[in-house]
Write a protein that binds this ligand. Structure first.
Ligand SMILES: Cc1ncc(COP(=O)(O)O)c(C=O)c1O
Length: 394
């Protein structure tokens, strides 16, 4: 059997006619930048997430940058580094990279070993060591901590209730990096609806993926809504009159039209992923592979959280050898993420060291993502589990 990590073609063939119709409509209109398709998608995403406003941008990375710029965090327009944003060291690079790109400094706090999301107790403990000065909180180096950016990793939300409470106690803004988590829930709240902003990615491998790059910011604040729209369009309002120095970061009408088609199917695709996750669980357990007796640690869905399984990530010993064995048997897997952000070469100057964030470092060594896409068959899931069983029997 050959099992890819993700089979976008299998999904595409089920919606090909709808996509062709939507794309043709845009081609006939010749309206390619922003316009009615983007505005309609923004309204639909805002409704889906349960917020007042949404603003389409060119990528999930730009969504982070635009949110930070709207908050006035960072010195992207020039000047000294004065601001810091607290986030997780265990995420895709853009989470930290775009804090840096905004002209601010990322500060890392380790993750919770169960959800692999930022650990609220460690966040509180870090913040409690800062020095207060006139309602803001400063690091030893004199940086003002302005915001916290939890990531809803793999499609399960971070523990938002204590994060929101802590953020409020330290006067911090909250940007939810919901790039991997559209449709995920924390009790009855959707990802991207709890913080000051939610930032989403429409990278093709996301649960709602475009046919190229794309992103969106959600917010309930009307001033930010206006500012975000300005920032994505060179800071201009009206056209050719620039209130601020912004970006060229607009969502294409073609992407918006495609995403509108796909949004209609999103809930059923998410259910397909969840069903596959359940099937993995059942098979791993009945094969006796899971801890404490076996060696495979399954991703845990925490109570009151609705996981959308953008990824189904195991923690396993001998991860690299197992990955090779799976590849030899035709099963594609991926390692998210092999090197935590605090140990990346580009962050040498932040002076973190190995051992600073042991939970993240352990996750980087043992994580293995299995195929979980909605079109994956039950037979394929059985084959994956049997292949893993074979490896650990040896
Ligand atoms: C957690 C996280 N943050 C940010 C991004 C950046 O999104 P994009 O690739 O659309 O720029 C991604 C996506 O790849 C992501 O997974």
């Amino acid at each position: 059997m050959k099992i890819p990590l993700l089979d976008l073609k299998a999904q595409y063939v089920t919606i090909e006619d709808e996509i062709n119709e939507a794309v043709t409509k845009v081609l006939q209109s010749q309206h390619f930048i922003l316009g009615p398709e983007v505005a309609a998608l923004e309204e639909e995403i805002a409704r889906y997430v349960g917020v007042k406003y949404a603003v389409g941008v060119a990528s999930g990375s730009d969504a982070i940058l635009t949110a930070l710029m709207s908050l006035g965090i960072g010195s992207a327009g020039g000047g000294e580094l004065t601001d810091a944003v607290v986030t997780t060291p265990y995420s895709f690079f853009a989470t930290a990279g775009y804090i840096t790109r905004a002209g601010a400094v990322p500060i890392f706090v380790d993750i919770d070993p169960v959800t692999l999301n930022i650990n609220p107790a460690k966040l509180e403990s870090f913040l409690s060591g800062l020095k207060e000065s006139g309602g803001s909180f400063k690091t030893k180096n004199g940086l003002t901590v302005k915001a916290v950016m939890p990531v809803h990793l793999y499609g399960q939300m971070a523990d938002m209730a204590p994060i929101m409470e802590t953020a409020s106690n330290y006067n911090l803004s909250v940007i939810e990096d919901a790039a991997q988590a559209i449709g995920a829930k924390y009790r009855d709240k959707y990802a991207g609806s709890m913080g000051d902003f939610g930032t989403f990615s429409f990278f093709p491998s996301k649960n709602l993926g475009g046919f190229g790059d794309g992103g969106m910011i959600t917010t309930n604040d009307s001033d930010h809504f206006e500012r975000l729209k300005m920032i994505r369009n060179h800071g201009s309002k009206p056209k050719y009159f620039h209130k601020i120095v912004g970006l060229n970061s607009r969502l294409d009408a073609l992407q918006a039209a495609i995403l509108r088609v796909k949004l209609k199917h999103l809930s059923s695709w998410t259910e397909g992923r969840r069903k596959n996750a359940d099937k993995y669980r059942e098979l791993f357990r009945s094969a006796g592979l899971t801890t404490p007796k076996g060696v495979v640690t399954l991703p845990q869905e925490v109570e009151h959280r609705y996981h959308i399984y953008n990824q189904f990530v195991l923690s396993v010993p001998e991860r690299d050898k197992l990955r090779e064995h799976l590849a030899d048997s035709g099963v594609a897997t991926e390692i998210y993420y092999p090197l935590p952000l605090h140990l990346q070469e580009c962050y040498k100057d932040l002076n973190y060291a190995k051992g600073d964030f042991p939970v993240s470092e352990e996750a980087a060594l043992s994580s293995l993502a299995l195929p979980v896409y909605p079109e994956l068959t039950g037979d394929a899931i059985e084959y994956v589990v049997n292949t893993i069983g074979e490896f650990f029997k040896k």
